[in-house]
Design a protein around this ligand. Structure first.
Ligand SMILES: O=C(O)CCC(=O)C(=O)O
Ligand SMILES: [Fe+2]
Length: 249
């Protein structure tokens, strides 16, 4: 499997140049420039601490002991991939889309950027809203596998967790896209997908399932789910729709 990948997309549906690297459990990075390798490595180390803090907070909100998610997802061996994206100014792009609409697999995504105004979220009313991310802030978006694990699915309309307040689609995994319309200059972002360990079987947690709350997703290992739609692990493409179990109201 590739551990470092570079790509250039330049067509109506996607306009970006990216460098993807596997950041955890083994850190892979181009060796030059050395300062880049060191700085990014330090960033991932610190983000891993943020990840453990978030895992504790979310476990507690769900009524579990604080180490629940850390252990269930085996975060000490969690599979993290970072995408460093360069989007062109709108006048140089072949269409207004930087990255088409999608959700991201894993536990959560951390994102930093140099220019505000490109990332948009889909609201429950079907409108795209541009995120206003303050300078130096780290933006956190929850990933598909948290949703699989805690069984939240909009059509079941049984949202009793705090997540719902922040997840208008009724799903913990936000649908988002990147647009270029406001880009007067290049925009750079770094989106890191923090996932469970590749060998972890992710399935709806038994605490959230009973006769009237059947599982919304089928379980499989994180590795299998990343490969389910034919992509490589390093692509970290969502396969949430393939995991969803059809149900009748
Ligand atoms: O560049 C951004 O703002 C977001 C990128 C993104 O959604 C991704 O790489 O998955
Ligand atoms: Fe994304």
């Amino acid at each position: 499997m590739d551990r470092i990948r570079w790509g250039l997309r330049s067509h109506a549906g996607e306009n970006r140049e990216y460098l993807k690297i596997v950041a955890h459990p083994e850190y892979h990075c181009p060796s030059k420039p050395a300062s880049f390798r060191g700085a990014i490595g330090e960033y991932f180390k610190r983000m891993h601490e943020v990840e453990l803090g978030l895992a504790k907070a979310i476990s507690k909100i769900l009524g579990y002991e604080e180490t629940y998610i850390e252990k269930e997802f085996k975060l000490e061996a969690g599979f993290d991939v970072s995408a460093m994206n360069l989007y062109p100014p709108s006048f140089q792009s072949k269409g207004s889309i930087g990255v088409p609409e999608h959700t991201d697999p894993g536990f959560f995504v951390s994102l930093i950027q140099d220019v505000n105004g490109g990332l948009q979220m889909l609201t429950h009313k079907g409108n795209w809203v541009t995120d206003n991310i303050p300078r130096n802030a780290i933006f956190i978006n929850l990933g598909d596998h948290l949703e699989v694990s805690i069984c939240i699915y909009i059509a079941k309309a049984r949202m009793h967790y705090h997540f719902y307040l922040y997840c208008p689609m009724g799903s913990t995994s936000h649908i988002h896209q990147v647009i270029l319309d406001n880009n007067e200059v290049n925009r750079i972002s770094m989106a890191t997908l923090h996932g469970p360990s590749l060998d972890i079987f992710v399935a709806p947690a038994s605490r959230f399932i009973d006769e009237s709350h059947p599982p919304a997703y089928r379980g499989m290992t994180y590795k299998e789910s990343l490969e389910l739609n034919g992509s490589d692990e390093i692509d970290v493409q969502s396969s949430l729709s393939l995991l969803r179990i059809p149900f009748s109201l």
